[in-house]
Ligand binder design. Structure first.
Ligand code: NDP
Length: 506
């Protein structure tokens, strides 16, 4: 019953990038890996984890010997799991045989209501599969409700640690609700595992645009001398969704936009954009640089925050836009949860003092896009009667693809001395028409197999992130501050645009 994925060692070897210092070695390719997906019957498992594992398998990135065990308490079979995953997975016609092979290599462990018995059983099954191995690593992926993280972690430690290799535990957000609860979870995990065994997943770190930030900043001479307060007026990270809650209000309604994307994903982007040059590309050097930056970031204050909530847009031709947030059956009728937020971060260091870092995020907006916008200051002593416009560098993610734009002032062609703004546009869909960019989960799961933690959140990063956001979150909640209403399909509250202007972001 041992499930062995036979892939050539070279296939995995060729994929190691410069940022993967712990690259796979031929020796490692003979190591047995077990991937245990806890919560295999859930939404995350079917939408992201199983598809990512399949793409890794399909593309030959999984190590030579890998077994996948899905565990949940629902009475299911692996055929049921396969059916649940079907709407979220892409299989090209010529891949059918390989796809069947992938599923024949998966197993489902049907749990009981007794955790002790279940985790003993998981260990027994995994141990059986490792019987003939000299080295065998285990990965436990917690795709479970957050309330079960502590007890599950304790069960893994009690019953399931690898006997012949490494144990890694992957945890999904939310990592607590504020500084205190996050610290409690961190302390619990710290008592059970070492930091190099814990992989805190932030899937934004797997996006191409985010992975490219490091290269753009530190592999281009033209940016380094100007990447500072002397040249940059403001920086904005702008996350826009053009859809609403669509029946998935449960988790979101008790968390809101700031907890959902700002404290974690968007702050991660800010730290990569603003950090000092790391000593090297070693994961801990990079994470040290991010933590240093976060330590210099002030906690946000309410004067620098705008929150909003989308309401129905009766004039819209799109029926989805005629349903407001509070009209959704999964949302409380009197909910004051923010579906939009803008906050301004202030960083007290030599590079950034006085430069606002604006984070803006909303659901139910007019467009689906994430932009990182670096807006330069006006030129000094403009020779052209104020026609010189601000330079901008835009790093963009639209759908599943990316773009880079540089906005410059240029002379209008012809017999004229007028100037105009032009855009140099590097659109990935045009530049790489055949690109099959891997999804975020695919990249990050491969990192877990490889044992590189660059794209995972370290406990000190997490603790700094909560320090920055907790006071404002508590104040919003304690004072029951009502979000400003904005219509579905618009750009959000005008108060947010005014806050941008106030912070010199034009
Ligand atoms: P679901 O509720 O869809 O799935 C939860 C899974 O956990 C199910 O397999 C369920 O199966 C199992 N489960 C539920 N209660 C218990 C329990 N008491 N003990 C053991 N197992 C239990 O949640 P999601 O898949 O949406 O989310 C999982 C985690 O991932 C959460 O922490 C969530 O915050 C996070 N996340 C999810 C995202 C998504 O896109 N869905 C995105 C980002 C993070 P069974 O009842 O059969 O045991």
């Amino acid at each position: 019953s041992v499930l062995i994925l036979c892939f050539l060692a070279t296939a995995a070897l060729t994929e190691c990038s410069a940022f993967v210092p712990h690259s796979l070695s031929t020796r490692n390719n003979s190591v047995h890996h077990t991937f245990v997906l806890l919560g295999a019957s859930g939404d995350l498992a079917r939408r992201e984890i199983y598809p990512a594992l399949w793409y890794l398998y399909r593309d030959g990135h999984l190590l030579r010997k890998t077994e996948i065990f899905g565990y949940a308490r629902s009475a299911l079979t692996i055929a049921d799991i396969r059916d649940r995953v079907a709407p979220f997975i892409q299989v090209r016609p010529q891949e059918e045989k390989l796809y069947n092979e992938f599923w024949s290599l998966n197993r489902y462990i049907n749990g009981s209501r007794d955790a002790d018995t279940d985790y003993d059983r998981i260990d027994r099954i995994v141990s059986e599969s490792e019987e003939n191995e000299t080295e065998a690593n285990r990965i436990f992926y917690l795709a479970l409700p957050p309330a079960t993280f502590p007890s599950t972690a304790s069960q893994i430690k009690r019953a399931c640690m690898a006997k012949k290799g490494s144990t890694k535990v992957v945890v999904e957000k939310p990592f607590g609700r504020d500084s205190e609860s996050s610290e409690e979870l961190s302390e619990h995990l710290k008592a059970l595992f070492t930091e190099d065994q814990i992989y805190r997943m932030d899937h934004f770190l797997g996006y191409e645009m985010v992975q490219n930030l490091l290269s753009l900043r530190f592999a281009n001479r033209m940016f380094s001398p100007s990447w500072n307060k002397d040249n940059i007026a403001a920086i904005e990270v702008d996350f826009k969704e053009n859809f609403g809650i669509e029946g998935r209000g449960g988790y979101f309604d008790s968390n809101g936009m700031i907890r959902d994307v700002m404290q974690n994903h968007l702050l991660q982007i800010v730290s990569l954009v603003a950090m000092e040059k790391p000593v090297s590309v070693d994961p801990d050097d990079i994470r040290d640089a991010k933590v240093e930056l976060l330590k210099k970031t002030r906690p946000i204050v309410l004067d620098d925050v705008v929150i909003g909530q989308y309401v129905a847009n009766p004039e819209s031709a799109d029926p989805r836009e005629r349903i407001g947030y509070r009209d959704d059956p999964t949302v409380k009728n009197d909910s004051i949860t923010a579906t939009f937020a803008l906050t301004v971060l202030k960083i007290d260091n030599e590079r950034w003092t006085g430069v606002p870092f604006i984070i803006r995020a909303g659901k139910g907006l007019n467009i689906n896009r994430t932009d990182v916008i670096i807006q330069y200051k006006n030129v000094d002593h403009d020779l052209f009667d104020g026609q010189s416009q601000r330079n901008e560098l835009v790093i963009r993610r639209v759908g599943k693809t990316e773009a880079l734009q540089a906005k410059l002032t240029s002379k209008t062609p012809g017999i004229t001395s007028d100037l105009e703004r032009i855009t140099i546009d590097f659109d990935y869909t045009k530049a790489y028409p055949d690109l099959q960019n891997p999804g975020a989960y695919e990249r990050l799961l491969l990192d877990v197999f490889r044992g590189t933690q660059l794209n995972f959140v370290r406990s000190d990063e997490l603790s700094e992130a909560w320090r920055i956001f907790t006071p404002a979150l508590h104040e919003i909640e304690n004072r029951k501050i009502r979000p400003i209403e904005y219509k579905f399909g618009t750009t959000g509250p005008v108060e947010a645009d005014e806050m941008e202007k106030k912070n010199d972001f034009l």
